[in-house]
Design a protein around this ligand. Structure first.
Ligand SMILES: NC(=O)c1ccc[n+]([C@@H]2O[C@H](COP(=O)([O-])OP(=O)(O)OC[C@H]3O[C@@H](n4cnc5c(N)ncnc54)[C@H](O)[C@@H]3O)[C@@H](O)[C@H]2O)c1
Length: 423
């Protein structure tokens, strides 16, 4: 099959390489010309994506994958075009689909009759039909007759996209049944995947939002329970272990909020859509309050944070992936500064410039001499950190540390919903 993937980013590029690895002829289209050139040299622009470097080198060398900046011309001979252009929220929390629409316009102007277009980017319910489809109609296409449009949410986990591709079923829904059938057949052939075909694009759009809001609300519940545990001096991790021994209970791990796109951003698509969204909004409020809660707690423990030196370890939104979208490290920084502390940032996955561009003062090596340290994203590199000299108090923002290991080095430990080591 001749396939184009539009948007050769964290999701689109591994996807394009995976199709090529299965013998398809693939063009990856991106407006970022530096990225296009790197891909065509066989260089991997996403080093923390497991297995991608080897696969990319192989499929580029074999000629099965190439990248192009000229989407309109590149899609002319394609059977299938997948869209993996990112959609974020604007300053009012509404979906910003400008890049996706620009890509759709280019594709609509370039494709040939019979092309199947699949939108993979998470969208508010109804967007594929009400906002994207008209761009194809405006280009003169009759949908369901000469161009087929479907929605199929990406459910992949950054860092292990290639492993995840066959781990979960592909979910698809067409604007009309013929497009849904074609999209289902495509995923079966192109990835060898189990497919769950829903009755409409809207159902497929809602299924992805359901996954995100389910996680967000369950994290919010864990966070509320953690705050109850703090009041009573109870350790939430043993409470969750006990409760989760009952098969219908899945208490999540509390923390200082949620970063990335899938969990904190996509519930906002529900909130701005039609229909009830009280719970989605409440979950967001609870999770967004956690950085302030955690830093207030540290201020109580230390008397005051005024003039104190605070270190934040791991600035990415989650461990072992160099992505900083909506990272809570920034919320923690804001909260420490509200209390008058001087905040330093450290992240082995980011360059010094990357740390600065987030607004942090880079923490000089070796790391020592802070009044308090927060482990925000626990990267593998932190396994060998000498906790003893770092700071007398460590906040475990994701309950990821072994507290006995920290305490054995003479350091006070406190977690989210976990009592502090006595002073
Ligand atoms: N990253 C994840 O973990 C993840 C997980 C599940 C789903 N998704 C979905 O995948 C989407 C893409 O996410 P990502 O992390 O790959 O984003 P990304 O920012 O890494 O990549 C998007 C790419 O699109 C390119 N682009 C922007 N406008 C374009 C245009 N008009 N034409 C061609 N290319 C254009 C950008 O240059 C960039 O390389 C997200 O919006 C989300 O819905 C992501």
């Amino acid at each position: 099959m001749n396939i184009a993937v539009v948007g050769a980013g964290r999701i689109g590029l591994p996807l394009a390489a995976a199709f090529a690895g299965r013998g398809h002829d693939v063009v990856a289209c991106d407006i970022n010309t530096a990225r296009v050139e790197a891909i065509n040299r066989g260089e991997n622009p996403i080093p923390d994506e497991e297995g991608l470097a080897e696969l990319l080198a192989e499929v580029v060398a074999s000629g099965r994958l190439r990248a192009r900046p000229d989407t309109r011309a590149a899609v002319a001979d394609r059977d299938v075009v997948l869209f993996a252009v990112a959609v974020d929220v604007d300053h009012e929390g509404r979906a910003d689909v400008a890049n996706l629409l620009a890509a759709a316009d280019e594709v609509a102007a370039g494709i040939s009759p019979g092309t199947l277009c699949i939108f993979d980017t998470t969208l508010p319910v109804g967007t594929t039909r009400s906002t994207i489809a008209p761009r194809f109609e405006a280009a003169g296409w009759t949908l369901g007759r000469d161009v087929y449009v479907a929605f199929s949410p990406e459910r992949l986990f950054m860092g292990r996209v290639l492993q995840d591709l066959n781990r979960y079923p592909s979910v698809v829904g067409g604007l009309e049944p013929g497009s849904g059938d074609r999209a289902a057949a495509f995923y079966r052939e192109a990835l060898g995947n189990e497919v769950i075909q829903l009755q409409s694009a809207e159902a497929a759009e809602l299924s992805k939002l359901a996954e995100g809001v389910y996680r967000d609300l369950n994290i919010a519940l864990a966070n509320e329970l953690a705050r109850v545990a703090d009041i009573h001096g109870i350790d939430i991790s043993e409470v969750a272990r006990a409760a989760n021994s009952q098969p219908f209970c899945h208490i999540h791990v509390p923390g200082t909020g949620v970063g990335g796109h899938c969990i904190p951003v996509y519930p906002r698509f529900l909130i701005q859509g039609e229909g009830p969204s009280d719970l989605a909004a409440l979950g967001r409020r609870v999770n967004d309050s956690m950085p302030g809660y955690a830093v207030d707690r540290l201020a109580d423990m230390l008397g005051s944070l005024q003039g104190k030196r605070a270190l934040i370890l791991g600035l990415t939104f989650r461990p072992n992936v160099a992505v900083t979208h909506h990272t809570n490290a920034l919320d923690l920084k804001r909260e420490f500064e509200r209390h008058g502390a001087a905040v330093f940032g450290h992240d082995p996955l980011l360059s010094e410039e990357g740390v600065r561009s987030l607004g942090f003062t880079p923490a000089p090596e070796p790391l020592s001499g802070y009044d308090v340290a927060v482990v925000h994203a626990y990267h593998g590199q932190y396994d060998s950190l000498p906790w003893g000299g770092l700071a007398p108090l460590i906040l475990d923002a994701r309950n990821a540390l072994d507290r006995s290991h920290i305490e054995a080095q003479g350091v006070r430990y406190v977690g989210i919903g976990r009592p502090p080591t006595p002073a």
